[in-house]
Design a binder for this molecule. Structure first.
Ligand SMILES: NC(=O)c1ccc[n+]([C@@H]2O[C@H](COP(=O)([O-])OP(=O)(O)OC[C@H]3O[C@@H](n4cnc5c(N)ncnc54)[C@H](O)[C@@H]3O)[C@@H](O)[C@H]2O)c1
Length: 333
């Protein structure tokens, strides 16, 4: 790879894509972002001489062709993400995550460009063997249960990568485990930390689904991005799959308590029935833990940022977004 690399980040206006763009620009790379959604998360980069946003979709092969022709490397982060989509709009999940990936690979193959696919811990489904190694089995429920469409869409994207790999395309797959940080999702939407965050900032009870004993390995975005860049540029990563995450487990109940403790205020905890939130057919996964050996030994990265520290930074950033510091102070908040 040349020292200044030209890079396409699909879905670069999203949470991870925006942090990835920041880090790539800091390295001195030139970054093209393909993003049909809003550009709020990259608004601080607009006008940067080495940064460009194209407002279009990975479903457009022509656009991908013209962009990939100009770059050395592709981080394919575009996807339809979030439980509300898996159960509410499975067609869009499958269409973008499978057909969009197919388009990226087709164009990358034409020009011989390396692709890093952003995949997910959801690929392992509910395999009860913990921790999960990259070659472990996928254990999924019925196709009648829409929540599995996301896992299946990403696994299909991985299969497509390996099919292209067999034809000679350099590909690397990263499987993220609950990455969090500033710019995650909108307050009250998307993932658990932003749902809790909205409730916390309004001083409302944090709603824990079920008994709250299900665990996740919450991974600080900065650690995940360092590993992602290594997956793109380090030698010896091609054809590999890498779990990206910490192996420190935190229950959802502990997360809620920690956010209340760090955030201050008067929030309490309220338990709600899972069926009330996701309906009858949702299946939750009790534990999700990566074996991070390959990330540590091959990518040379450990997800070492403690949850307490990362959450404090995340809460602070959301507070600033809701009420910019100066305004809050002037109002005596
Ligand atoms: N954050 C995590 O913990 C996590 C965990 C597992 C996997 N991932 C994967 O990482 C990637 C980024 O996730 P994120 O957390 O930043 O979510 P995100 O929703 O913030 O980012 C995804 C981006 O893709 C964009 N997108 C949607 N449809 C598109 C299309 N047709 N063309 C181009 N872009 C499109 C969205 O507008 C969004 O900006 C996704 O592929 C996701 O599956 C993330």
């Amino acid at each position: 790879m040349p020292s200044e690399v030209k890079i396409l980040v699909t879905g670069g206006g999203g949470f991870l894509g925006s942090h990835l763009s920041d880090a790539l620009l800091d390295r001195g790379d030139e970054v093209f972002v393909l993003e049909p959604g809003g550009t709020t998360k990259v608004r601080h980069l607009i006008g940067h001489p080495r940064f460009r946003v194209v407002r279009d979709s990975v479903l457009s092969l022509d656009i991908l062709d013209s962009l990939i022709a100009q770059v050395d490397l592709v981080f394919h982060h575009a996807a339809v993400v979030g439980v509300e989509h898996y159960v509410g709009d499975p067609y869009e999940v499958l269409n973008v995550n499978v057909n969009g990936t197919q388009n990226v690979l087709k164009a990358a193959f034409k020009y011989g460009r390396k692709v890093v696919l952003a995949s997910t811990s959801e690929v392992y489904g509910r395999n009860p063997k913990i921790p999960w190694r990259e070659d472990d089995d996928r254990v999924l429920g019925s196709t009648r249960i829409d929540r599995w469409c996301y896992s299946t869409s990403k696994a299909t994207a991985e299969h497509l990568c390996f099919a292209y790999r067999k034809m000679g395309l350099p590909v690397t797959i990263v499987r993220y485990f609950n990455i969090y940080g500033p710019r995650l999702d909108k307050l009250d939407a998307g993932r658990i930390i932003t749902i809790f965050m909205g409730q916390l900032l309004r001083g409302e009870p944090l709603t824990v689904i079920g008994d709250g004993l299900q665990t996740r390995c919450f991974t600080w975005v900065g650690d995940a991005i360092r590993a992602t860049i290594q997956a793109g540029v380090a030698p010896g990563t091609e054809g590999g799959i890498f779990n990206i995450g910490t192996d420190v487990e935190t229950s959802i109940l502990e997360l809620a308590k920690l956010m209340i403790e760090i955030g201050g205020g008067n929030s309490t905890i309220r338990f709600v029935d899972q069926r009330e939130v996701y309906g009858e057919s949702y299946e939750d996964i009790p534990r999700r833990v990566p074996d991070a050996t390959r990330m540590r030994e091959i990518l040379g990265i450990t997800a070492e940022t403690p949850l307490r520290e990362g959450l404090a930074r995340t809460i602070e950033s959301f507070r600033d977004e809701v009420a910019p510091r100066g305004v809050a102070r002037a109002a005596g908040a």
